[in-house]
Design a protein around this ligand. Structure first.
Ligand SMILES: Cc1cc2nc3c(=O)[nH]c(=O)nc-3n(C[C@H](O)[C@H](O)[C@H](O)COP(=O)(O)OP(=O)(O)OC[C@H]3O[C@@H](n4cnc5c(N)ncnc54)[C@H](O)[C@@H]3O)c2cc1C
Length: 601
């Protein structure tokens, strides 16, 4: 079983040297006092200890034991989960990024993301409980009434209560326009919610005193489709006037799913039987409001890709240095041993470097989205807030879908580096594959994210969202055009950046003739966009490292490793875009020609 070690030096590199978070925090008045460099370091170091010492040790046992549902609908989480949650609450972690008015510490979202990465890599299943609460908090903060905030936000912020996101029903997940759960008005201003939600993560648990379900439902006579959906708060226990836990509400966990991975997280069927709920936001605008939750969850899921890459890399690296098999093709590298460690073999190195490039590049991308999220909430001018919001909207589907695909690939490399032992449970590599397999499915499948990126974010804005990003890349290339040491990165990056725009134009033109072309191109387009985005970040990381090397750093090995990993990324990963560039414009015909009834005979 690999031992999790929080990659603090890597985290600091992205925070300080790539994204210049110290300057960012100092420039945002809301953070200038709280997120000082000393405070940021102290919090991250403390968080790392909690993840390494409390969460990582219960990860494997949680996978083996899973959750248990009892006849009364209650659920017991795996041994140690409840106690770890108690420690997490006592440490004040749930309140990190929440509004100070409700007991929060008002720290930046981008600091919360660092903690979420460490939590998620050490124990993804456990991390989903506070992760879902975080989404519920953000939704209430954005859309709740003052009274709802007072009642629900305070205990969610303290961590005494947890939250869930209730969208999916047995007949619909991607297409929420056809959901059936009903909400009927009660005389006292509340609503009676009835229906069945499935696959509800953390839907029931034994960690918290109360569970706040954020539920999509339809009012009587509401328009069909997504325009007729409203959003409700449905607590497990009705709150008392003094903010305590009162009568049991009509919502119970009917069963928990037996599933491929994330066994430590209870995936529940939730039955709502006239449960009392309260409207959040305007009637029939529920999906709009729920986007606050979904966007939080999408960035959270992007982190699962980073977590899978980082966790599997840590395990595979240690093993590859230790495991002996055959000799290097250029003669023994460890002649005193009966064989060389497998890290000498180019193919093993390719797998390790792929994991490393995705983990470090993915971290940079997720932290960049979080920096934009800080600005959406707290930048001083409306113009800056809008620019950050557009950037966040563009990067979110890329981060969610591309990084989870990359995480899954990395997890599979982890198994492969271990050979047959990778398939054996005690090494922990197969758990990462099983746990991370869900990440390309929930919070919008890769296919759905790809449609969001190409359809909504790029084509519907006539390419404006893409141009906002490619302009940054263009400026970076221009600024570094004369830097000889950067040539190997700048030339291919500039080429990809131009090609990205050309391909978008081509798809846009063919989509005007046939809208199926968008669906036919979208996943290739998304993957291409992911590789291109990471290329920009890797080129920037190479530049930051070269700057340090040129100034005579004492950490030569660290910065050289950065440049070498960037080189690997550009030579061995980025060329994958060539294949996506061909297939994304190959047209829809070959996909649509075969009649559905002729797929098999
Ligand atoms: C372990 C687990 C935890 C979950 N947690 C939660 C949770 O907490 N809350 C919650 O509400 N839900 C949750 N979900 C549900 C999850 O979000 C959905 O399963 C997911 O959104 C996909 O929906 P679906 O399963 O109905 O698949 P479908 O929508 O039926 O999709 C099936 C396939 O069709 C494709 N597809 C569908 N429409 C299109 C289209 N227009 N174009 C191209 N391809 C398309 C999809 O990409 C997919 O490949 C969870 C699911 C699991 C398994």
């Amino acid at each position: 079983m690999p031992e999790y070690k929080a990659p603090l030096r890597e985290i600091k590199f992205v925070m300080d040297e790539l994204l210049d978070m110290p300057a960012h925090y100092a420039s945002v008045p809301a953070y200038a006092e709280t997120a000082t460099p000393d405070m940021v370091d102290a919090i991250i170091n403390e968080g790392a200890k909690f993840c390494e010492q409390v969460l990582a040790p219960i990860n494997r046992a949680g996978d083996m034991e899973g959750c248990t549902r009892h006849d009364d609908g209650s659920v017991t989480t795996p041994t140690g989960f409840k106690e770890a949650y108690k420690q997490y609450v006592e440490g004040g972690w749930p309140s990190m990024t929440a509004d100070e008015q409700y007991g929060g510490q008002g720290l930046p979202e981008s600091m919360g993301i660092v903690m979420s990465e460490m939590v998620g890599t050490s124990n993804w299943s456990w991390g989903m409980y506070p992760g879902l609460s975080h989404g519920a908090k953000n939704t209430l903060e954005a859309w709740g009434t003052a009274e709802q905030k007072e009642t629900y936000l305070t205990p969610l912020v303290s961590g005494e209560w947890t939250g869930t996101m209730c969208l999916t029903e047995p007949h619909c997940g991607s297409d929420l326009g056809i959901l059936k759960t009903k909400a009927e008005a009660n005389a006292d201003g509340s609503y009676a919610i009835s229906g069945t939600k499935i696959f509800i993560s953390a839907g029931e648990n034994d960690m918290s005193d109360n569970i706040v379900h954020i539920v999509l439902a339809r009012l009587p006579g509401a328009p069909e489709g997504t325009k007729g959906i409203s959003l409700f708060i449905v607590p497990k226990f009705l709150p008392t006037a003094d903010g305590g836990v009162g009568e049991r509400n009509g919502v119970v966990c009917g069963s928990i799913e037996h599933k491929m991975g994330i066994h430590g997280n209870a995936t529940c069927v939730m039955n709502f039987d006239g449960a009392k709920g309260w409207l959040i936001g305007p009637e029939n605008k529920g999906l709009n409001c729920m986007f606050t939750f979904m966007n939080t969850a999408r960035i959270g899921t992007a982190l699962q890709g980073v977590a899978a890459a980082e966790g599997s890399f840590q395990g595979a690296l240690a093993y590859a240095k230790d495991r002996l098999a055959m000799r290097s093709l250029t003669g023994p590298k460890a002649p005193e041993k009966p064989a060389d460690p497998i890290i000498v073999h180019p193919d093993v190195r390719k797998m390790l470097l792929t994991q490393k490039a995705f983990a470090e590049g993915g971290r940079a991308l997720v932290y960049l989205t979080a920096k934009n999220a800080d600005l959406v909430h707290h930048a001083e001018s409306e113009e800056e807030r809008k620019a950050a919001d557009d950037m966040l909207g563009f990067l979110t589907p890329i981060a969610k879908a591309f990084l989870t695909e990359a995480g899954l690939e990395s997890a599979n490399h982890g198994v492969q580096v271990f050979g047959g032992h990778g398939f054996i449970a005690e090494w922990g590599m197969e758990q990462i594959v099983r746990d991370t397999r869900i990440s390309t499915l929930y919070e919008g499948t890769t296919g759905i994210q790809a449609l969001d990126l190409l359809g909504r974010k790029v084509l519907m804005t006539q390419g404006a969202a893409l141009k906002q990003f490619t302009k940054l890349v263009h400026n970076f290339c221009k600024e570094n055009a004369e830097d000889e040491a950067m040539k190997e990165f700048i030339e291919p990056l500039a080429k990809i950046n131009k090609e990205w725009g050309d391909l978008t134009m081509k798809i846009g033109m063919s989509a005007m003739q046939n809208r199926e072309e968008v669906g036919a191109a979208s996943v290739d387009y998304l993957m291409y966009s992911g590789y291109a985005t990471l290329a920009f970040l890797w080129a920037q990381m190479a530049k930051a490292a070269q700057t340090q090397l040129a100034s005579g750093t004492t950490e030569e090995d660290f910065y050289n490793a950065k440049v070498k990993t960037a080189r690997f990324y550009f030579q061995r990963i980025l060329p994958r875009t060539a294949s996506h560039a061909i297939t994304m414009v190959a047209g829809a015909d070959a996909l649509l020609d075969l009649d559905a009834e002729h797929f098999a005979f």
